[in-house]
Design a protein around this ligand. Structure first.
Ligand SMILES: *[C@@H]1O[C@H](CO)[C@@H](O)[C@H](O)[C@H]1NC(C)=O
Ligand SMILES: *[C@@H]1O[C@H](CO)[C@@H](O)[C@H](O)[C@H]1NC(C)=O
Ligand SMILES: *[C@@H]1O[C@H](CO)[C@@H](O)[C@H](O)[C@H]1NC(C)=O
Ligand SMILES: *[C@@H]1O[C@H](CO)[C@@H](O)[C@H](O)[C@H]1NC(C)=O
Ligand SMILES: *[C@@H]1O[C@H](CO)[C@@H](O)[C@H](O)[C@H]1NC(C)=O
Ligand SMILES: *[C@@H]1O[C@H](CO)[C@@H](O)[C@H](O)[C@H]1NC(C)=O
Ligand SMILES: *[C@@H]1O[C@H](CO)[C@@H](O)[C@H](O)[C@H]1NC(C)=O
Length: 280
């Protein structure tokens, strides 16, 4: 491995060896998919042969701030996991050189805000930001991630949904916001998921375990087909038939755990006509 690569890795990941999360490898990597993990310890100076060819890297030490780093030396890198590393801050452009990444996970960190410029234009397909302290996401933070398929934001502290999120993400299919603090789904909440962008594909949206008490009558105006619409364990007292007027099909609709007490059964039946597998 070239010395420049070694130096760059050291600069990016191993700046604070005193703060190691656990007394273990600083980096776990995989020479090939599904192979045995390999361990890299900063103390062992020598950078192992093959690290530059790795498909997957698991960072295993504390990094409170993720700065720009040149990942282009890892030509085959498909999966980068920076989970439980106490990340608090991510600089704009931190991942810009991650050209071919498929999966990026930043779970279990201390991230509170997602700014613009961190993820825009990445080629990433799966983004997992679960179990952080995220209270705010810039309206354009996820714009133009054209390969993005799945976004997981479970176990965060988001209160407000922004209809601006996910502009120009034509491949996005799976959205999970379980265990947040969302209160309302506003007018045209899913405008960036509108059917003409989605090319006949169904979308799966999971809002389970939030505090949603209000779904705007035109919240789902643009979506024709859902494979999943999960609203379980929210605060819904009622639903409006109008909300589902433009929806033609929902494979799985999950409404259990809501206080839907004053909701007329006849109306429910109108909605359920469109549902393959209801869970009320
Ligand atoms: C990143 O590393 C690659 C390969 O070593 C090099 O060609 C490229 O110029 C570097 N990019 C930056 C922005 O330093
Ligand atoms: C997201 O990351 C967390 C923590 O690593 C993991 O438990 C969860 O299964 C991941 N979610 C998905 C859909 O991959
Ligand atoms: C997304 O792409 C559009 C069109 O190219 C551009 O105008 C906009 O600035 C981009 N947004 C971000 C946040 O990069
Ligand atoms: C949608 O379909 C059109 C025409 O079939 C195609 O050109 C386009 O690439 C498709 N877009 C996506 C996101 O699949
Ligand atoms: C929605 O599903 C119906 C029935 O399966 C199908 O005919 C229609 O083309 C789908 N529309 C979109 C936009 O996916
Ligand atoms: C993503 O959504 C598709 C259907 O839209 C579903 O079949 C699949 O299981 C979902 N994947 C995940 C990881 O949630
Ligand atoms: C249904 O779609 C039409 C055409 O886009 C729109 O004008 C109308 O407001 C939508 N209705 C609802 C209840 O979302």
């Amino acid at each position: 491995m070239p010395i420049a690569v070694t130096a760059a890795i050291a600069a990016a990941f191993f700046v604070s060896t005193v703060n190691c999360l656990i007394d273990n490898a600083n980096l776990i990597w995989y020479e090939q998919n599904n192979q045995e993990p390999q361990y890299y310890y900063i103390s062992s100076r020598d950078v192992p042969q093959g690290l530059a060819q790795t498909h997957k890297i698991i960072v295993n030490q504390r990094i409170t701030r993720l700065q720009q780093f040149n990942y282009s030396n890892f030509e085959n890198l498909e999966e980068l996991k920076i989970d439980f590393c106490k990340v608090r801050e991510i600089d704009a452009g931190a991942f810009d050189s991650l050209r071919s990444i498929v999966t990026l996970t930043l779970s279990g960190n201390n991230i509170a805000e997602i700014e613009k410029g961190i993820f825009n234009n990445l080629q990433v397909e799966n983004l997992n930001l679960s179990t952080n302290y995220i209270t705010s996401i810039h309206p354009q933070a996820f714009d133009n991630i054209t390969n993005l398929k799945t976004v997981i934001l479970d176990y965060n502290q988001l209160k407000c949904w922004s209809s601006d999120w996910f502009y120009n993400t034509p491949s996005l299919r799976n959205l999970s916001f379980r265990h947040n603090l969302l209160e309302e789904l506003p007018d045209n909440a899913l405008i960036n998921f509108r059917s003409e962008i989605k090319n006949e594909t169904e979308i799966s949206v999971d809002f389970g375990y939030n505090k949603i008490h209000l779904i705007h009558p035109r919240a789902f105006k643009c979506v024709e087909n859902f494979s999943l619409l999960n609203l379980e364990y929210n605060k819904l007292l009622m639903l409006k038939v109008e909300t589902f007027r433009n929806v033609t099909k929902i494979k799985n609709l999950i409404l259990r755990g809501n206080p839907l007490t004053c909701f007329p059964k006849e109306l429910l039946l109108v909605i359920l006509e469109k549902v393959e597998h209801p869970a009320i």
